[in-house]
Design a protein around this ligand. Structure first.
Ligand code: B12
Length: 457
């Protein structure tokens, strides 16, 4: 293992963590770093988080820097690493977890890549700098050995959710507290990088944590992560405890259609509650034919998807008209999709009218997922500047390909800009959604779609 010189006396901080986000307005939200900073400080590691623009003022404060990396911050992290070439550099987050070997090869300045959850692994790595024998016990890590060969030790251990500490304020976005009720997902969908085992916080710990935010004046909580609706008993105990403590809060929940159907009666308690207000329920639908769902490795059926959204709309109408129901759908669900798959996606969007803010225009190939491997086999090119994500590709069906290009071209021309970015993305989504509703409102969706594809305009 490589180690650059470090001693506590040298510098003020044991480690400085960098949030490389470049988007104004959400500069400081990073749920992972919020959790790691709190965990390390509670374990007597002197640690702080800075934004990438604060690097000049902090460069001499530590010999060790950790960077949180997602695909859209890959280039920013790469630049920071070059700037910090005399320091020990540790990368963690979604992108390095998916492609540790590529990350180490592409960034000679990166010394260690931490895979999956960072709290304990980073703590143990930092401890090993002073007690070298601890290093061999660390799982979920990639590095270069003495012969400059890359070694990857897969992640084996998972955090017990009870050992997590309350995150720092970096977990807040515009007064909304991202609250981790669970980690991981059982879905194993072919397009998703999430493969952690599912774990949950106890109700006692969850309520204590929510109460501590509540006492500081926060009222709006996003029970995020991919799949918080999964465990019925916990959800039920949570709503009852929050009611007992009279914590008047707004909650957003995220889940899968099977979870919504299974936990229907418990969700009803949330919708009926006089204490809890359900702000939003977000459900991953992804596609509306069995063919497309199978291509995505989604273990749901169109029937299940429809039932789940219909049930939520029914609850909303009866008990909480202001609640938002978001049915996440990938309009162009797969590169092997057919016109009929597209038509059924249009039908779902039109029938339920709850995909306006969460429509994904097309499937993205996230590094190292089964779908990404399929895409590579087809010859689609990973983008080295975006964590090897595959975003540019052709659809097998020529008509679908033409439809995709025509639709997005028309929308981008309408936007009158060169590039789609985070800020105009929602506008783009709305324009596509408007066009989808035009198809839906025509007498025959398939004919309308085919006419559009073959029209000269
Ligand atoms: C809530 C959420 C958001 C929130 C807040 C995001 C944020 N900045 O933290 C909002 C709505 C703003 C958001 C926006 C976007 N998001 Co988002 N989001 C999520 C979601 C659902 C939950 C995140 C969460 O709660 N994580 C819990 C924390 C504790 O986990 P964590 O962040 O992964 O951190 C752990 C490890 O990764 C690691 N780690 C992280 N950093 C570091 C650093 C070091 C040094 C170390 C050692 C370890 C380490 O340790 C952490 C603690 O264990 C995830 C999916 C998921 N299941 O996690 C997607 C996810 C993170 N989002 C994603 C994406 C693509 C986006 C957007 C780009 C979407 C878009 N098209 O606009 C934007 C980007 C905006 C931005 N600037 O971040 C992707 C990232 C994929 C990738 N490979 O890059 C994910 C994984 C969803 C997915 N499957 O596609 N998102």
């Amino acid at each position: 293992m490589k180690m650059k010189p470090m001693s506590r006396a040298d510098t003020e901080k044991d480690i400085i963590l960098i949030n490389p986000q470049s988007l104004d307005g959400m500069n400081y939200t990073n749920i992972g770093l919020a959790s790691i900073e709190s965990f390390l400080n509670q374990n007597r590691i002197d640690c702080t988080v800075i934004h990438r623009t604060e690097i000049d003022d902090n460069i001499d404060r530590s010999n060790v820097f950790g960077i949180s990396v997602m695909d859209h911050t890959y280039l920013s992290a790469k630049g920071l690493t070059q700037r910090l070439q005399n320091k020990t550099i540790i990368w963690g987050g979604w992108t390095p977890t998916a492609i540790p070997e590529f990350v180490l090869e592409d960034n000679p300045g990166v010394d260690y890549v931490i895979l999956q959850e960072g709290e304990k692994r980073l703590l143990n790595l930092l401890r090993s700098f002073k007690q070298a024998e601890l290093f061999d016990q660390i799982d979920g890590i990639a590095y270069r050995d003495g012969k400059n060969k890359i070694v990857t030790k897969p992640a084996v251990e998972y955090m017990n959710m009870e050992d997590l500490t309350t995150p720092t304020d970096m977990t807040i976005l515009d007064e909304l507290v991202f609250f981790e009720l669970s980690r991981g997902c059982y879905g194993k969908c072919r397009y998703c990088q999430e493969e952690h085992k599912m774990r949950f916080k106890s109700v006692t710990k969850s309520v204590d944590e929510i109460k501590s935010w509540y006492d500081r004046g926060y009222r709006n909580f996003y029970l995020g992560n991919a799949n918080t609706i999964a465990r019925g008993q916990l959800l039920q105990e949570l709503v009852r405890e929050l009611e007992k403590k009279a914590l008047k809060i707004r909650l957003s929940l995220v889940g899968r259609p099977d979870g919504v159907l299974k936990q229907y009666n418990i969700l009803k308690e949330y919708f009926e509650s006089k204490i809890i207000y359900v702000e939003l329920v977000e459900v991953g639908i992804e596609a509306n034919t069995q063919h497309a769902l199978d291509l995505l490795g989604r273990e749901t059926t169109p029937e299940m998807n429809r039932k789940a959204i219909a049930a939520l709309i029914d609850l909303k109408k009866k008990y909480s008209p202001g609640t938002l129901v978001h049915a996440n759908i990938i309009l162009f669900s797969h590169f092997d999709m057919s016109i009929d798959d597209f038509v059924e996606n249009v039908r779902f969007i039109g029938d339920y009218q709850c995909s306006r803010n969460c429509l994904v225009s097309r499937l993205e190939g996230m590094a190292n997922t089964p779908i990404w491997h399929d895409m590579k086999e087809r010859g689609f090119k990973p983008d080295r500047n975006m964590g090897l994500r595959i975003s540019e590709y052709h659809f097998t069906d020529k008509e679908i390909d033409r439809l995709y290009r025509k639709l997005t071209r028309a929308v981008i021309d309408n936007l009158n800009c060169k590039k789609v970015n985070f800020f105009n993305r929602l506008f783009l989504v709305h324009l596509i959604h408007d066009k989808v509703l035009d198809f839906y409102n025509s007498q025959d969706i398939k004919n309308a779609v085919l006419d559009y594809i073959h029209s000269s305009a």
